[in-house]
Unconditional design. Structure first.
Lengths: 266, 266
């Protein structure tokens, strides 16, 4: 089984990815996971509640997700982006079904009750941040759909143990999902040619990384790529044989990534 | 089986409805269908693309759904409202799964290629209106979920035969759904005590209507209620034994409607 993770950038070639998925399905099962961060930020801005980030005492920044931000999250991830991908897959004769981590408790997460944030040099306690780590997957539901020839198209948010809707790190959620489904491969597509040695040079793609050496590459990773490295580490630890990072903007993004045109970690 | 249709008004007691559904599930299967029109109009307004209506040459007005309106529709129906109802049901230990008519082609509709609209006294052809009538239900998918103890929570839009996302009349979609699932009862909850003889007097509820006499009551129906009458007619024609219209704002909205506190058509 292959998990195809579609990044949240607006230049991702959704149609090309859906076409590739239809092709792959002739030989193996596929589960799709997607983001929608760029559109989320755009809609949040238009609604007058722009996306805010908080910085932890250790310097890691993350999205601050209060109740209003959860609403925007639901609208853009579960509504707009999820159904557009589902409709595109249907167009390619793929029997797609869109679900969030909330549906059937697909992704259960432990909510972080309290988050520490540094603001103007002072550490504050943030209590209205709805975020958590995915710990449990409803694999039975996914197998029920897969064994009946449906292709699940999944996205955050997740559901907390107290049934609150919570934001969650998508790359980590994919890693937990891969473990639960005993998935063989994870293909992650985003708006870059792969992991770049020099972020300003698209030709500086690092082609191969041994899984034991992934930690060393954290130095090349900027922003979101750090989370992708941690997600890949976890996916490999959970039994995935290879993680493929590839350019989501090109023609045949999935097939190219699987051919090693981006970065392969194994 | 009971289909519970939750109207799109903002004063609907979602929590009370979810509590009732949990209770009903001890004895029978339930499928939930919901709207979200009031929140849709609010978000559309905030995004600067307010909901527009068109009036047909025969005087029936309906929502004009161009591509931008479809986006808002997806956001509010499939994202915000659907996942909030699902999370609320989970809180009541109901194994809920939210799906739109797009997912797995749950609601297939024939798109109206062309719509005629009267504007300033002139009849115009509108071509960019994405709307259609639900003609086919993926009952296999619903039975797969129901037989595995999941409660489907459904909403429009539907998917056209050409795989376009299309708006559709929710009450008619419920009627087609009821026929496909051989549902026994339909409970429809909205922001009124039932069908009122006098729209300004909440106490003028018409308690019972014989299905053969439903047509006569069109005179008491204003706006959306006309579509509800047509939907009820179709549901009864499709084999439903009774349609219950009830107040969605009260405590125990579903149980009260089933006890005949609103309008019962049979």
């Amino acid at each position: 089984m292959i998990i195809v993770k579609i990044g949240g950038g607006k230049n991702i070639n959704i149609d090309g990815i859906c076409q590739d998925i239809a092709f792959l399905l002739e030989k193996e099962q596929v589960v799709v996971v997607h983001g929608a961060s760029e559109t989320r930020d755009e809609i949040a801005q238009k609604l007058g509640i722009p996306t805010k980030t908080i910085t932890s005492p250790s310097g890691v920044s993350s999205v601050y997700t209060d109740k209003a931000a959860i609403d925007v999250f639901l609208m853009v991830y579960c509504g707009l982006q999820n159904k557009k991908i589902v409709a595109n897959l249907l167009k390619h004769n793929v029997n797609a079904i869109g679900l969030s981590g909330v549906d059937g408790k697909l992704w259960q997460a432990k909510r972080k009750d309290v988050v520490y944030a540094v603001e103007d040099g002072k550490t504050k306690i943030v209590r209205d941040n709805f975020t958590g780590r995915v710990e449990k997957v409803n694999a039975d539901l996914l197998w029920l759909l897969l064994n009946n020839n449906y292709v699940p198209v999944l996205c955050p948010p997740a559901i907390s143990l107290q049934n609150e809707i919570v934001n969650t790190d998508n790359d980590l959620a994919v890693a937990v999902l891969a473990g639960a489904l005993k998935s063989d491969k994870v293909v992650s597509l985003f708006e870059a040619a792969g992991l770049l040695k020099n972020v300003h040079d698209e030709k500086s793609v690092i082609r191969k990384i041994k899984k034991g050496e992934l930690e060393e590459y954290l130095q090349f990773a900027k922003g979101r790529m750090k989370k992708k490295i941690l997600g890949a580490q976890k996916a490999l630890a959970n039994g995935v044989s290879a993680v493929y990072w590839g350019d989501g903007r090109v023609e045949h993004p999935v097939l190219k990534a699987l051919k090693g045109k981006g970065t392969v970690i194994s």
